[in-house]
Design a protein around this ligand. Sequence first.
Ligand SMILES: Nc1ncnc2c1ncn2[C@@H]1O[C@H](COP(=O)(O)OP(=O)(O)OP(=O)(O)O)[C@@H](O)[C@H]1O
Ligand SMILES: [Mg+2]
Length: 332
Amino acid sequence: MGSITLQKVSKVFGEAKVIPSIDLEIKDGEFVVFVGPSGCGKSTLLRLIAGLEDVSGGKIVIDGKDATESAPSERRLAMVFQSYALYPHMSVRSNIAFPLKMAGMPKPEIDKKVADAARVLNLTDYLDRKPRALSGGQRQRVAIGRAIVRQPSAFLFDEPLSNLDAALRVNMRLEISELHQQLKTTMIYVTHDQVEAMTMADKIVVLNRGNIEQVGSPLELYSRPRNLFVAGFIGSPKMNFVTGQNAAAQGAHTIGVRPEHMQLSMQSGDWKGKVIVAEHLGSDTFLHVDVEGIGQMTARGDGNFPAKAGDTVYMTADKTRIHKFGQDGLAI
Ligand SMILES: Nc1ncnc2c1ncn2[C@@H]1O[C@H](COP(=O)(O)OP(=O)(O)OP(=O)(O)O)[C@@H](O)[C@H]1O
Ligand SMILES: [Mg+2]
């Protein structure tokens, strides 16, 4: 069991209304990702759910019970942070066992739980090592192991992978997704990383200044962003926005076209521009182009698209994938 409901939850720090009022429903077993710009309140919201911070108003219901006033330990949630905060003088085994030992669990039971967690996390061979003899990814797995043994009704992750290098992040991302499929426990995961959000989430919650801009599956948010904020936030590189005549001709105040929905050509197309920067990634080419009468736009082409800085290129938007927004910023 791990359903979590927020009803008009708010948080004020002194004068600052960090979270004005949030309503959110998280179903048992769901993988929910919180995304949003730095300072928008992701960690605060997670800490409110965990009980590490008191709400200023509203209600938090966990598994059908009002948990608003419950102590963190009574909520049966496990939090995993960016800094894994392992005890350096203890072995991996003791680190994982620590919360159980504190809870006074009998040793045979602890040993079994630690062994189970270690198996799930591929840490069996490392149980006798100290954290300093582990890689970053292994350390993060130990931190997750410490959370798993408590059999929480939900895991709360606050940017758990942001200390890891790119390759390890990819591995750990897959491992956490696998873990979720195995355990089927509710997970709330905060990240800055587009790819993590898109690939891991059943449901993404886009936050902006403490408000929810949109909640939906990754592909819903990608294909039907509700407003300019979500359109600009989900997707990498960002969606291009065009205002003025080009947009008015389409009956919109602003039109949005994703870089991957533009056809690139060296010969002809709707928009002509000069390449400012060409990023050749091998798999793709990203061109940052100064378009006449519009400004800078980004387009994605094939990995072998030959353009380089200074070249003139042409771009044509896929008409079926143009997003239209009104003056109020809402999708039309
Ligand atoms: N204890 C506190 N006292 C006062 N202000 C706080 C406190 N904790 C957080 N804030 C403020 O609340 C806002 C939201 O902070 P929070 O840490 O939730 O953001 P975040 O979305 O997690 O950002 P990041 O992506 O940088 O981690 C920020 O403006 C922050 O300065
Ligand atoms: Mg944060």
